[in-house]
Design a protein. Structure first.
Length: 659
């Protein structure tokens, strides 16, 4: 392992705090600033490492999804990023280079030749191709069902793509006359695998009806494909009930099953076609491990299984070596991994969000990186040195950014080390006590990571710019310290995890940073859960913000769109209901004495809006000050700009009022 990285990591642990310097402007950050930020994602580097494509999504109003476009930039010299030409209203996404690097394939809803588009018998999203120079694009598919993903064969002659089955004429007619009763969990539209011969344009299905294809990837020799499939079409099937198989490219015949409990990790063949990477869920479904499967010796090798972090993903550099990315503590880390034995060495620690990277043959990496004062950009990693290539957000240089500290503390319960982040106002003077928000992340198998923390669900930059301190703990149950640490939340929501949070708060109170009389707690999803739980357990917090929070855990287990999720933590939600109720905030709602703000999307299928309604009803019945805001059309994860802005405005206004 790189000695310099080890020394740096040790220094963080010994000092328990790392202060990151910031070059900030002077203008206070507003909710509008954050919801108007563009989203940079999906970097794809060519095999020779010379150029990178990526996507930039620009927010739009009136309930519309962000408009996605593809950009390109050279890796060397002072190359400037350029946008791939596209019609004004077109959404382009999922750019992928052909194996020879001469063509770029992508998904788009552009109008097909002859003006054909949705409503004319063809789906709106198709696979398109453009030469490397960005000249005229052409459609490669003319699918009747929406194309979801694709894979080009290594010889460039055949395109495999996954597309939704179109509604049968009878079903479409019923839907048109509103005869649209829904049988719960009854599949309506499967996604099937198609092959298109790019020489003569013929297309055929390769998978049978009633088989859901989540992903398909060509083998290098073009003789077979690796698929992740399930028998159902629900989100629960996607996350928890899929398997990895190999099929014959000529006949579609199932050749073998490699994994019966697949995770959603991308499938990837080694360049020589002898090995395949896939992910496998842990026993309880809250963790996953990556494996390299030797298809000739039928041997599986776990990747970096002893690495003390959470491995997000791995990409092939060559037949023997992989580049992996994951989180260790609060930092992202790139690893070099031996494909034969899974052993690892550290390449670099960076500030980066959850896995978004690709690897060239020479080991250069293109990734989405960030700094604490700069949102996501495209970065390169060469010989262990990272540098930003793009500048998508020049306006943030004028904003007044907070001071980010990477901190750690010891659990008062068992001495376990807990990591977290602390954001302080730009002009903070040591010794000044501040109104403080403790913000809890979702999951709980998720984490805060060091970098830019300003979005509709990451409140630190906004609040610090307005004079608040924001503590962001990664208590047990989070990612970043290995699978065993993540599984510590089993059967114990609101127990040791909550104590870990309190211990972090105690530390910054003792350091003279947080004003103990002006502390709030808030978060989204599991963060909303722990915020609701906190105000049922005493008067440590003056107020709580409960975003899409789980209030009745057993009730959610029986009504969520991912019913396999909570049983991994608490067991059977029918026969072991007491275990669920013991940890549910609704059971102790009569103990809440402080004001609570509840925020919830009306179309949330993950944590149904009835969860927020129960808490609101209980607090209102008890005479506790409470406000609830419901967001029409709002899912669990918001995407409408006006809703995102409203969340930030309400959070800021609520804290200004109650702290």
């Amino acid at each position: 392992m790189n000695a310099m990285v080890l020394r740096r990591w040790a220094a963080v642990l010994v000092a328990s705090v790392l202060v990151l310097p910031v070059l900030a402007g002077t203008r206070t950050i507003t909710p509008d600033d954050l919801v108007n930020l563009k989203q940079v994602a999906d970097p794809q580097i060519t095999a020779d490492g010379a150029r990178i494509t990526y996507t930039v999504a620009t927010p739009r109003g009136e309930g519309k999804l962000a408009l996605s476009r593809i950009w390109r930039i050279g890796v060397t010299g002072d190359a400037k990023a350029t946008e791939l030409p596209a019609p004004a209203a077109a959404n382009d996404s999922a750019p992928r280079w052909s194996p020879d690097g001469l063509q770029l394939l992508f998904l788009s809803d552009r109008t097909l030749s002859g003006g054909k588009k949705s409503g004319t018998g063809l789906a709106s999203t198709q696979v398109w191709q453009v030469p490397r120079d960005g000249s005229a694009a052409r459609a490669l598919t003319a699918s009747a069902g929406e194309v979801l993903s694709f894979s080009l064969s290594h010889d460039g002659r055949s395109l495999a793509y996954v597309a939704l089955d179109p509604l049968a004429p009878e079903a479409a007619a019923r839907a048109k006359r509103k005869d649209d009763a829904i049988e719960v969990d009854h599949p309506r539209q499967f996604a099937r695998l198609w092959l298109r011969d790019l020489r003569d344009g013929t297309a055929r299905t390769l998978t049978p009806e009633r088989m859901q294809v989540h992903e398909a990837v060509w083998s290098p020799d073009g003789k077979q494909l690796a698929l992740r499939i399930s028998t159902g079409t629900t989100l629960n099937d996607y996350w928890y009930r899929s398997r990895v198989v190999l099929i014959d490219a000529g006949t579609g015949r199932l050749l073998r099953t490699l994994c019966d409990r697949a995770s959603a990790a991308p499938l990837s063949w080694s360049p020589d076609g002898k090995r395949l990477i896939y992910g496998e869920l842990g026993e309880h479904g809250m963790t996953a491990a990556l494996f390299v499967h030797d298809l000739h010796g039928d041997k599986r090798v776990p990747l970096a299984s002893d690495w003390p972090g959470t491995l997000w993903g791995a990409r092939w550099q060559d037949d023997a070596q992989l580049i992996g990315e994951g989180q260790r503590g609060v930092r992202a880390e790139f690893l070099r991994i031996d494909a034969g034995d899974g052993k690892w060495t550290t390449l670099a620690q960076v500030q980066a969000p959850w896995q978004a990277f690709s690897v060239a043959r020479n080991g250069d990496v293109a990734f989405v990186g960030m700094r604490d004062d700069t949102p996501a950009e495209i970065w390169s990693l060469t010989d262990g040195k990272a540098r930003a290539l793009t500048s998508t957000h020049p306006q943030v240089a004028q904003w007044s950014h907070g001071q980010l500290r990477e901190i750690s503390w010891r659990s008062s319960r068992d001495g376990l080390q807990i990591h977290g982040l602390l954001m302080l106002p730009p002009d903070y003077k040591p010794g000044t006590r501040l109104p403080t928000l403790v913000q809890i992340h979702g999951g709980p198998a998720w984490a805060w990571w060091s970098g830019w923390l300003g979005s509709w669900h990451e409140w630190a930059q906004l609040l610090s710019s307005h004079g608040y301190a924001v503590l962001m703990p990664n208590p047990r149950g989070s990612e970043g310290q290995g699978g065993a640490f993540t599984e510590m939340a089993r059967s114990d929501w609101g127990g040791a995890d909550y104590q870990d949070v309190l211990d972090g708060l105690d530390q910054i109170v003792e350091q003279g940073i947080a004003d103990p009389k002006r502390v709030a707690i808030g978060g989204w999803s599991y963060g909303g859960y722990l915020s609701a739980w906190a105000v049922t357990q005493g008067d440590r917090f003056k107020t709580a913000i409960v975003g899409a929070g789980v209030i009745d855990i057993g009730g959610m287990a029986l009504s969520t769109d991912t019913p396999d999720y909570l049983p991994g933590y608490f067991g059977d939600p029918v026969t072991q209901r007491d275990a669920y109720d013991k940890h549910s905030p609704i059971r102790y709602a009569d103990k809440v004495k402080v004001p609570v703000l509840i925020l919830h999307g009306e179309q949330d299928k993950r944590v149904p809006v009835s969860q927020g309604e129960q808490f609101y009803g209980a607090l209102k019945f008890n005479g506790t000050p409470v406000e609830m805001v419901r967001y029409p059309r709002g899912p669990h994860w918001f995407h409408e700009r006006e809703h995102e802005r409203d969340v930030l405005e309400r959070v800021l206004r609520w804290l200004d009022t109650h702290l």
